[in-house]
Design a protein around this ligand. Structure first.
Ligand SMILES: [Fe+2]
Length: 165
């Protein structure tokens, strides 16, 4: 697989903020398939086992949502995202990828339409995780009173800069 964004990046890649986190050793080991459940577990592991490193790495930008690639393999990518109060995405899909995220700090409000066409809206508090298949179209917003930090994983990795959702 060629990832145009990452020419020159040796895979697997891990950002220095997490590369030295011994508690994360092995969590990105190659596997045939990353299920939605696997992706949720992966984001939880980053959020719990490297929480201190992620808090230190996080930055906030009220003009543009801030993001940092934490890890990239042939099969999966992991991003750290921050959300100032009121920041959010537009409605979007994930380019055929499955995904998951864990809220590390604050809360995020997710809105989507389920497979039966019912509109759903859920507030995901710090410590909560969710995952979804490639058919998910959603918006994610920080409607809370705190800034928010979240860890996101996507599989397969997407060839253009995602990171934002
Ligand atoms: Fe998304």
């Amino acid at each position: 697989m060629t990832l145009s964004l990452d020419r020159g990046v040796e895979l697997p890649y891990a950002h220095p903020a997490v590369a030295s986190a011994r508690a994360l050793a092995g969590v990105l080991a190659p596997r045939q398939h990353w299920s939605e459940r696997d992706l949720a577990r992966l984001t939880r592991r980053f959020a719990t086992r490297a929480a201190e490193q992620l808090y230190l790495a996080a930055r906030f930008d009220a003009r543009d949502r801030w993001h940092l690639r934490l890890a990239l393999t042939e099969e999966v990518e992991v991003w750290l995202l921050t959300w100032t109060r009121g920041q959010g995405t537009g409605s979007h899909d994930h380019g055929g990828a499955s995904g998951a995220y864990t809220v590390l700090h604050g809360a995020l409000t997710e809105t989507w339409t389920d497979r039966r066409g019912r509109r759903k809206r859920t507030i995901r508090a710090a410590g909560s995780s969710t995952s979804y298949g490639p058919d998910r179209v959603h918006t994610v917003q920080n409607c809370g009173t705190l800034e928010a930090i979240s860890v996101h994983a996507y599989s397969p990795p997407r060839p253009t800069a995602p990171g934002l959702t």
